[in-house]
Design a protein around this ligand. Structure first.
Ligand code: NCD
Length: 306
């Protein structure tokens, strides 16, 4: 049984193939409209979501399939004390594929051990978010026509931001990608990522607190929200939440072909005045999320039937 728990579950070749399928879906949507006829996707969201859940659901509908699920733990038997393992066994009796988001790091991998159908990690705590990364990679590929040879700035909450962790891990496998890690000292990327991904693979990176100084060399600027729900106390959140606010003035020294991305939701970290800048690509990124999830559903269902 094939699951997607961590972006490393996919080879670079498989990622390239899925990006190609997503681009074909964009070009020829009609050819895919019945590919999942008779199939059901279950979305099990134990944590809030707008884009991830709805893009999974829209993806399955556009493939001609159906969707079941819940969007908060309180409306499922988790509220009665049911284990994730039992929930997954149950849902596998009704659905052909499961997308699951959970506040506990590792919950989706545990679920996958018990599941009779493919499980997709739709975000586990502050750990990983592989389908956002696929979205990000499709977006970068469409914007730049490549996934290698570029300088990627990641800015904001690099400690708790799961999208950042998965994206760094994924992009470390492409040639000549340099990372500029821009965050307050307290919100730097976790040590395990630094050691096991960046240092181990000899990836070029710098850590800085200064967004404006880093700006001129960036090809991609990936802004992130400070992850309030992962903080231990509100005071620290209040102190750090507005560390970076991207404004048109701060973009004055940026490359003309910079792409500004954000997994969204945005709080304050990108001023709405930036939205009109042609380099702001985060709403295009939202659209890409549906197409790459269509490609992922197709792949996992095909492999589970093989
Ligand atoms: C992200 C997440 O849930 O990790 N949102 C998303 O899925 N696009 C980012 C965030 O919540 O800040």
């Amino acid at each position: 049984m094939r699951h997607l728990i961590d972006i490393m579950n996919l080879s670079v070749n498989e990622i390239d193939e899925m990006i190609a399928v997503a681009k074909d879906i964009i070009a020829n949507p009609g050819e895919y409209s019945e590919k999942c006829k008779g199939k059901k996707l279950a979305t099990l969201f134990f944590e809030p979501s707008t884009r991830t859940r709805l893009s999974f659901e829209a993806a399955m509908y556009e493939l001609g399939g159906n969707v079941i699920g819940f969007s908060e733990a309180q409306s499922s038997s988790a509220a009665k004390g049911e284990s994730v393992a039992d929930t997954i066994k149950t849902v596998g009796a009704y659905a052909d594929i499961i997308a699951m988001r959970h506040p506990k790091e590792g919950a989706p991998v545990v679920a996958s051990y018990k599941s009779d159908v493919p499980v997709i990690n739709a975000g586990d705590g502050g750990h990983n978010h592989p389908t956002q990364t696929l979205t990000d990679l499709l977006t970068i590929s469409r914007e730049k026509n490549r996934l290698d040879n570029m300088t990627v700035g990641l800015c904001g909450d690099l400690k708790f931001g799961r999208t950042v962790h998965s994206l760094i891990t994924a992009m470390s496998r492409f040639e000549k990608v340099k990372f500029v890690l821009i965050s307050p000292d307290e919100l730097r990327i976790p040590e395990y990522l630094k050691q096991e991904v960046l240092v181990k693979n000899n990836i070029e990176y710098v850590e800085t607190t200064d967004l404006e100084a880093a700006m001129p060399e960036l090809d991609i600027l990936y802004m992130t929200r400070v992850q309030r729900e992962r903080f231990f106390n509100e005071q620290d959140y209040m102190r750090l939440k507005d560390s970076y606010i991207l404004t048109p003035e701060k973009l004055e020294n940026a490359k003309t072909d910079l792409s500004i991305l954000h997994p969204l939701p945005r709080v304050n970290e990108i001023s709405v005045a930036v939205d009109d800048d042609p380099r702001a690509r985060y709403f295009q990124q939202v659209k890409n999320g549906k197409y790459i999830r269509m490609a992922l559903i197709l792949k996992l269902l095909a492999e589970s039937q093989a």
